[in-house]
Design a protein around this ligand. Sequence first.
Ligand code: UD1
Ligand code: CA
Length: 445
Amino acid sequence: MSSIAAVVLAAGAGTRMKSAKAKVMHEIGGRPMILHLLGTVAGLTPAKVVVVTAPNMAAVQKAVEHAEIAIQQEALGTGHAVAAALESLKGFTGDVLILYGDTPLIEEETLHKMIEKRRKQKDCAVVVLGFEPEDAAEYGRLVTDGAGNLTAIVEFADADAATRSIGLCNSGVMAISGAHLESLIRALDNKNAKGEYYLTDIVGIANKSGLTCAYVKGAEQELLGVNNRAQLAEAEAIAQGRWRAAAMAEGATLIDPETVWFSHDTKLGRDVVIEPGVFFGPKVTVGDNVRIKAYSHLEGTSIGEGAQIGPFARLRPGAEIAADVKIGNFVEIKKSQIEKGAKVSHLSYIGDARIGAEANIGAGTITCNYDGYDKFLTDIGAGAFIGSNTALVAPVKIGDGAIIGAGSTISKDVEADALGIERAAEQQKPGWAKRFRDFKKKGTK
Ligand code: UD1
Ligand code: CA
């Protein structure tokens, strides 16, 4: 058994989000914040992860299905929430990390530091993650002795003026000795300003029973708690900053980093250039030497080496773009394979299609893939040339090397190397335009 267990508290109502959705299900980089936290926790390969939720949080329980769920029947405080997890931790004597579902940006290294500290210090029952926020506001305060031991945590509501002037605050994150956890939690009471079972009181209790407590300091950025939409946006900005930095560190050029938005799972190759204003939705993979031009929107897509995308391109789920493809401006692609070296350069909708290697799709080509009830496939062969403003009415197949005349509506298969054209005969009426203008001018006099 690994010697780390994690308890994630998520039973709070989150009323300040003004949302029908549980707070921890709000997303950062396209992923519920609690899953960011669980992702970080997974890096510690814990023996057990317990998520404490309220009884009515089915969506949270489903999202965290790989963790154990403990139900806190009534929100009577953070200590009471941890008590709900005790049953799941029976017999566990390693380190128990307490985390908050609404504090999703904490880094793995910080958790390591806390555990290390607890294991090193003699008789250490609890290590608390402290921080010194610019505005200490209503955080609990860490009371220390001269020797760097943590002697108590005092909640803001219960603190006198001298205690409130302490700048070192409680982030809420703790590493607790599994051997002592149950007895510490069982010793809590709710005789305080809020009438809650404060988890923070275990520090005073441990000290009184001859154990020691310590603290580690973390950065304010990683300890941001999300209580409202403004803080959600702050957390998003912090996460985006991390992803941008990581992308550049791995060899991508971001011309204007602040304007590029990533998902938690965006994967970029080397020597990728991303122009300003590009948005990555979930599940995007980009190969080496790809250039994504300004104001493109991508989700659920893979892009092969050397491809060029945009500006103003929209790649939707299932767009598989092979190497050296060119996707130009105002082109939307959904659930389609665009094979090596093909070009869709201007103003097109390509959905439920395959476009063969080196095919050229003219400006304004539309795959008519939907009849209002069902979707149908369009298959375009290698080296085919589709003239501008063509409507391809699916299901339809264009053979290798075929040419389609501009302005055609094609609803029958076209053989390889054939010309497919559908166009009314053109007429010409000599002098007609001049006669028309002369007539109009006379009429207005
Ligand atoms: C808590 C700390 C405070 C610290 C602050 C940091 C206590 C008593 N106080 O205060 O010292 O500075 O966090 O943000 O611990 N929760 C439950 N069940 C409950 C109550 C809370 O699951 O009955 C969960 C919430 O969903 C949330 C977390 O615990 O994820 C913190 O609860 P919250 O009420 O926000 O604590 P604070 O008052 O902010
Ligand atoms: Ca809080």
